[in-house]
Design a protein around this ligand. Structure first.
Ligand code: 13P
Length: 249
């Protein structure tokens, strides 16, 4: 059985004032049986980690470069995130794949960088609407999964997030059957590649328009071990009930 994780991706939202909301999230999720992770923008990682020291909320980055340091203007390395207090990093989010042309090869290198640095990698995959309508969903996510994960991962250092691109920020959510079909497929692929012990223990998160109103039914789907939440992770009033639903699942 994989452990449960509720992760929030704040994307490009939040200035110092958002630290008050982070404290409210820590308060609202204090008794959670699930792990809680918030990934604020890079500018807030250090302050967020300091604010959350001793709290139940881990802090992560939203991306890292594949190398430790060098001439890469504007980028942040896994080591820098760790130094700032992060314990995790999202890699391969569809917005990075689209906005910055990241490929599975890039994502795999970033996952390796996270692993070498001791950060938990939250590796994102997911199909576009065109790919789903063409009947290619399992082929696409299978290829992304195979290409984005190095051979050396374990359930301790890697989480996979299935985020259908068409469900992100749109309020559109796949049916529970569609989520279950993909998660069961991903689980089988992980077991086939990494063996039953590791493959069954890698947490599989669902992401895309998760809200307090749909969280419990999504967490009841087989092989859904948690969520990667965008918009609804910005407010304790929304994220708190999502974490509570996962705790009770
Ligand atoms: P929303 O929850 O806003 O749809 O975003 C999902 C997401 O992209 C999390 O990484």
């Amino acid at each position: 059985m994989a452990r449960k994780i509720a992760a929030g991706n704040w994307k490009m939202n939040g200035t110092g004032a958002a630290l008050a909301e982070l404290k409210a999230i820590a308060e609202a999720t204090r008794d959670s049986a699930a792990e809680v992770l918030i990934c604020p923008p890079a500018t807030l990682v250090h302050a967020a980690a300091t604010t959350m020291s001793g709290a139940n909320v881990a802090i992560g980055g939203q991306d890292c470069h594949a190398v430790t340091s060098g001439a890469h203007t504007g980028d942040v390395s896994a080591e820098m995130l760790k130094d700032a207090g992060a314990s995790a990093v999202i890699v391969g989010h569809s917005e990075r794949r689209t906005d910055h042309g990241e490929t599975d090869i890039t994502v795999r290198a970033k996952t390796e960088a996270a692993q070498n640095t001791g950060l938990l990698a939250v590796v994102c995959i997911g199909e576009t609407l065109d790919e789903r309508e063409a009947g290619d969903t399992l082929k696409v996510v299978g290829t992304q999964l195979a290409g984005s994960l190095p051979n050396s991962i374990t359930d301790e250092n890697t989480v996979v997030a299935y985020e259908p691109v068409w469900a992100i920020g749109t309020g559109k959510v796949p049916t529970l059957e569609q989520i279950g079909e993909v998660h069961d497929f991903l689980r089988a692929e992980l077991v086939a590649r990494f063996g039953a012990d590791i493959g069954n223990a890698i947490p599989l998160l669902y992401g895309g328009s998760v809200k307090p109103s749909n969280a419990a039914e999504i967490f009841a789907v087989s092989n859904v071990d948690g969520a990667l939440v965008g918009g609804a992770s910005l407010k304790a009033a929304d994220f708190g009930p999502i974490v509570a639903a996962l705790s009770q699942a």
